[in-house]
Design a protein around this ligand. Structure first.
Ligand code: PEP
Length: 262
């Protein structure tokens, strides 16, 4: 069974004090959470230790937005998976398009980070997605397929099954433009097919596939109720507790047709 995951990516927002305040709000409102959904916040490195203490015993999981693939060493400015593990971080986003665009993240480094995440027991959220130009040139599927093939190079099925894949069309990230539910679901289905070719039918039907790109409370329900989409990676809207909870509660909105529910 695929358990839906709603993950917040705070990016470079929230100092320690703001992070604690946002998560305190979420915890207070968590009695209203959709219990069938796993909830995760991916915070800046500086807030992770304090958040880990605050979140212990809660039903909100903690993630980092990046990690290095080495365990330790002369990599000035980097954070290792072991350091994350030590402070109770469960997930790490890997290969976010902003890291690919601004920080030279490549398919090769993404592959190394995935392997390292399995070795050190961090759950990876692998981000893939095409640019607007690639979509306009109708090479969005080839682009995504190549990203998957390269990311999973020399990774065995037993590890591949641990990855959460976030399909994030770059043209929809932080732009206010959301892919239509049809476009997003079509790509999520395509990603499962690539997984089937690379591994097997069982893995392709089990892998968790998220959609990311300007998801808001009002768009969540339709997107999340598509057959091949299992949740969302949420940037901007995860910075506001009420809006994030609307997304977490997509299922209730869907069932009750009530967009205002918290
Ligand atoms: C993201 O940061 O992964 C993201 C999808 O951002 P936004 O929701 O703001 O588009």
């Amino acid at each position: 069974m695929r358990i839906p995951l709603i993950a917040g990516n705070w990016k470079m927002n929230n100092n320690v004090c703001e992070s604690l305040s946002l998560v305190n709000n979420l915890i207070q409102l968590s009695g209203n959470f959709n219990n069938d959904v796993e909830v995760l916040v991916c915070a800046p490195f500086t807030a992770l230790y304090s958040l880990s203490k605050l979140l212990s015993g809660s039903n909100i999981k903690l993630g980092a937005q990046n990690m290095h693939y080495e365990e330790k060493g002369a990599f000035t400015g980097e954070i290792s998976p072991l350091m994350l593990k030590e402070i109770g971080v469960e997930y790490a986003i890997i290969g976010h398009s902003e890291r690919r665009q601004y920080f030279n993240e490549t398919d090769e480094s993404v592959n190394k980070k995935l392997k390292s995440s399995f070795k050190f027991g961090i759950k990876p959220i692998l981000c893939i997605g095409e640019t607007l130009e690639q979509r306009e040139n109708k090479i969005e599927k080839t682009t995504v397929e190549n990203q998957i093939i390269n990311a999973f190079k020399d990774i065995k099925a037993e590890d591949a099954g641990k990855v959460v894949i976030a399909y994030e069309p770059i043209w929809a990230i932080g732009t206010g433009k959301t892919a239509t539910s049809k476009e997003a679901n079509e790509m999520a289905g395509f990603i499962r097919n690539v997984f089937k070719k690379l591994y097997n039918e069982e893995l392709s039907s089990q892998v968790i596939v998220l959609y990311g790109g300007s998801v808001k409370g009002e768009s969540a329900s339709e997107l999340m109720n598509q057959n091949d989409i299992d949740g969302a990676l949420v940037g901007g809207a995860s910075l506001n507790a009420e809006e994030f909870i609307r997304i977490i509660n997509f299922n209730q909105q869907y069932k009750k047709g009530n967009k205002e529910i918290l």
